[in-house]
Design a protein around this ligand. Sequence first.
Ligand code: ATP
Length: 262
Amino acid sequence: MGGTHVLDGHPRAESIRIRERLTGHVETKVLALAGLIAHGRGEAFDYILGEETTLSAMGAITAAAATMLLAERPVLSVNGNVAALCAKDLVELARATGARLEVNLFHRLPGREEAIERVLREAGAEEVLGVGKAASARIEEVYSDRRRVDPRGILVADVVFVPLEDGDRTQGLVRMGKRVITVDLNPLSRTAQAATITIVDNIVRAMPLLVSEARRLRASERDELERAVSAYDNRAALSAAIRTMESRLHELADRGAPVRLR
Ligand code: ATP
């Protein structure tokens, strides 16, 4: 995949590198064009959030790791954006929690599922569910191609990780009685609002933290994990994320000063 050379001193060097990775993955078919737009929406919220993981997001990450470790059949649902941004972390999270990886897409364009599977396998995945004929089950609660799921995966999962997704999907899975964990920079999205646990953070920052939390908590007793889950309140976490954005905007408006870029 080509790309322009990004100077390290550029204040948004990392963000530009991520954009290049995503646009490169349009060529490999991993990413749909709509995925680029979704990323832009996320970036806008990250600007306001201050581009760092907040304390409340860290609380959501701990609750998410504990929920996955307690699950009987956890599944990590993978779309193009997620595969392009953090395939290695997904594989590590699956290993740390015993979750299975399943490709699930809004548009199953020819070659796309296979391209995503390739990225996951190159990152070390030994099993990838939901590709081609394997997505043979239908769930009526969800619209679009996403209703096609793997009978070994999302269909029977009790906990589903669905980062960077749209609201129909999350609402449908919650209606089916599943616990849904998401990562979404927009605390106002339907996904963020409907999920059981919403990590309001950039997935690029949240995934490595989620992996290390899962590894740290793996040795914990069940009741300790259960306490971590029941102490968590998603409404409070969403409020905290909105408050962080509000107070940052407030402070910037008061100062009337330009934002200091790192
Ligand atoms: P909804 O249907 O839930 O109201 P939506 O229509 O905005 O949301 P999509 O267009 O599918 O849903 O966008 C996916 C979501 O992922 C957006 O809310 C966006 O803010 C978020 N997002 C995009 N990139 C990232 C990222 N790198 N990290 C975290 N969240 C992201």
